[in-house]
Design a protein around this ligand. Sequence first.
Ligand SMILES: [Fe+2]
Ligand SMILES: [Fe+2]
Length: 342
Amino acid sequence: MPAILNDQKRAAIAEKLADIKAIQTLIIDNEQQFLNQCSNDDLRNRLEDMLEDDHKNLDIVETAITQYGVQSEPKTTVQSMITTVKDTLAGSELSLYEKLSQHELLKHGQVVSGLVVHKAAQVVGKDVEAALAPLHTVNFENRAHQEQLKGMLEYLGTLELTGQEPQQGLWGRVQDAIAAATGIVGSAATHASGSTAVDVMDLIFMDHQKAKTLISEIRSANTVEQGNVLFGQLYKDLLVHSKAEEAVVYPVVRPFYGSDNTQELYNEQTAMETLLDDLRAMPALDDLFMAKLKQLKAMVGDHTRQEESTMFAAMRKHLSPSDRQQLGVRFKESKQTLQTQI
Ligand SMILES: [Fe+2]
Ligand SMILES: [Fe+2]
């Protein structure tokens, strides 16, 4: 009886989504609690950024559940796990390092659940895949958060063991974070299509993740020199990305995404470029630079969320997978040309 089987699969996915939502809420509570306990500015900045992402991601999870159309309660085992974690973290016996280790495991679990839901959606049907597509963003951000948490753990752990801050290999950490955030997209892309041509949406995603990672690394850079190097990369990456979107992607999506929506994306990118030029003229890391960088972070966050939610939804609806792969090839070529010019 395939219909019944299908219903069971759908109900099972609904339960998994409810688990993800419940754990996302726990993650937010934890981060709020860590912020109350932590006096180190660098760690606080990172935690604040993460908390902000996690609030937005909870909204995305709720939206995906509504789009999916089947509400469920979390599994009882997940509910009792959440109670246990809450009790453990509320106590004062554990150090911040130990609490963050626990938290990193939760993030890991969210990433795996997100991937499982994505794979299950592919098995059950196109409608499920479409409803759950926004969860991609949540998943990639959680993956990047995991890397950041590892960086925080290295810092706190070294401090605990030696009384000194680690000689943070900044570039090593940045590379790890970027590789983790983009690698997961890359592998999902190749597995899904079975060919080497990558869907343009995956390429855009990877660029967004890299830019966000760079911004958060600049925000926690230790020296002006590090700040300059990282900002130089961000400046070039963002400019190349937006110019390539304007040359290759926006003209294709305009007819079905709508003139107003598409124009909004163009306008936002113009504003973003102005801000990037302002930042370039300033000494990295001084107060005004940091204030403007915060504006850029918010701007990039809003813009990429719009692209990844409504623009991607329209692209999934109106472009075939092979159209999107061809667009991916053109997007990549356009970026290559721009990279040599900027
Ligand atoms: Fe864009
Ligand atoms: Fe973009």
